[in-house]
Design a protein around this ligand. Structure first.
Ligand SMILES: [Ca+2]
Ligand SMILES: [Ca+2]
Ligand SMILES: [Ca+2]
Length: 450
């Protein structure tokens, strides 16, 4: 009975206590509501609700509306506008969030901005302009740098040296460009047994292959030239003053060395064509073999081992010198009119004036004097064992031994050596190819081979 009474008492106390708390809680809520409804406007209540408040939670203005020309307006804890980050660029005062004024870099330099050189500037928004700052050597093309490491922008040999130039630009430690590894393209080439020489668009001459025939350490002449002709063991040029120069085994020059427009180097002799159409030959051949036709008006000329042929004023082929041994009848060209001739060791070929087909004469070993039927040619090159030409489709076509009979395209100039052919394609790239069994190196400087 007593135990039950105690339980009841506790239950009563608990029940009474719970009701009291609930009342207190209700009273507090009512008090709060009364307080909110009656609260005075104040700074910080997120509402611009006092006369002395310019802002509170929201801004009713901007830097611009307050007379500045930029920057970020904010509100102070006292509900006043904070214009410390508003500024006017160009007023000569570093205000707002300006890094600089046009006349005031605030003591900053490219160096302080982390670059090595250049001139720090201030832009129209009064922020630093580092576009004229640079660091040479960081591999990035900046400011006035012409290059930096491998970065050349859009510059290439052909933009820096001349159109169609080959090779690669190099960049100095001072971020300036060097074109020493660039190479002007070849505009003409001529080939001999073991080597080839090319005339570049800038007038320079370059020779490649085995130059031993020209001496142990041949001096390729420097200067500016208009023609180059490669003989068996000597090379001749015409310079800009129309004079002929030769180096290698035969260095003799014509007695009257001027007015030359073409030169052809053979084995033991050389002939030059003058602007008046006369021909002069010289060399180590007996005098009677060097005697040239005395008429003028010759249009084109070629020479080979102990004989020469030319196209006369009336477009006929005239040959002089000696026949080969055994005889090949190389001194008996076909009748008719021709626009171009080329001589090999024992045969010659010409492009006919009227239809651009090719006619050959002399020794026809392995068909080297039997051109493909019906084909027309722009230019031809007769060599020791074969003849090649550039056909009407700009392809190099060869006839003679099977090993030369591939077609290669598309080319504008070509030269045929004893066992190799070099040609200039329509991108001014010079390529060479040849008989794999020879060990003549045919690599062309600053170019590729097929
Ligand atoms: Ca307020
Ligand atoms: Ca300012
Ligand atoms: Ca740089």
């Amino acid at each position: 009975m007593l135990r039950f009474g105690i339980f009841f008492l506790i239950l009563s106390v608990f029940s009474c206590s719970s009701d009291d708390k609930k009342d207190v809680s209700n009273n507090a809520t009512q008090n709060n509501n009364a307080s909110n409804n009656s609260a005075e406007p104040k700074c910080g209540d997120e509402s611009v609700n006092q006369e002395n408040e310019e802002c509170d939670g929201r801004l009713n203005a901007s830097c611009l509306s307050l007379g500045f020309d930029g920057g970020a307006l904010s509100c102070t804890d006292a509900c006043k506008y904070d214009t410390s980050e508003c500024g006017t660029c160009g007023n000569g005062v570093l205000d707002g969030i300006e890094e600089c004024e046009p006349e005031d870099l605030n003591g900053n330099t490219c160096l302080k901005e982390g670059f090595e050189m250049g001139e720090l500037k201030c832009n129209d928004s009064c922020q630093f302009d580092v576009s004229s700052c640079s660091t040479c050597g960081n591999g990035e093309l900046e400011a006035d740098e012409a290059c930096d490491g491998e970065a050349f922008g859009s510059k290439t040999c052909s933009t820096e040296l001349e159109s169609m130039a080959m090779g690669a630009l190099s960049c100095t430690d001072a971020c300036t460009i060097e074109t020493t590894l660039c190479s002007a393209p070849f505009t003409d080439i001529d080939a001999s047994d073991t080597y080839t020489c090319g005339l570049k668009s800038n007038g320079e001459i370059s020779c490649w292959g085995s130059l031993l025939a020209l001496g142990s350490d041949p001096d390729v002449p420097t200067g500016s030239f208009t023609k180059v002709s490669v003989g068996t063991d000597h090379v001749c040029t015409i310079d800009e003053s129309t004079k002929i120069g030769c180096w290698g085994a035969i260095t003799e020059l014509p007695s009257s060395n001027s007015d030359f427009i073409d030169v052809k180097a053979g084995i033991f002799h050389t002939c030059g064509l003058k602007s008046d159409g006369t021909i002069d030959c010289w060399g180590t051949l007996p005098a009677n073999l060097l005697e040239t036709p005395t008429t003028a008006g010759f249009k084109q000329l070629d020479v080979e081992d102990n004989y020469s042929c030319a196209i006369s004023a009336d477009d006929e082929i005239i040959c002089w010198g000696t026949d080969s041994a055994p005889a090949s009848n190389r001194l008996q060209p076909p009748q008719g009119t021709f626009k171009e001739i080329s001589l090999g060791e024992t045969h010659g070929c010409g492009i006919k004036m009227d239809d651009d087909t090719v006619v050959c004469w002399g020794n026809d070993d392995e068909g080297k004097a039997t051109p493909p039927e019906g084909k027309t040619f722009q230019t031809i090159q007769a060599s020791n064992f074969n003849t090649c030409g550039i056909d009407e489709d700009d392809y190099v076509v060869c006839w003679g031994p099977e090993r030369f009979k591939d077609q290669f395209g598309v080319f504008t100039k070509m030269a045929s050596g004893r066992e190799h052919i070099c040609a200039i394609d329509n991108t001014s790239t010079t390529v060479c190819w040849g008989n794999d069994e020879t060990d003549y190196p045919f690599e062309v400087p600053a170019s590729s081979t097929p």
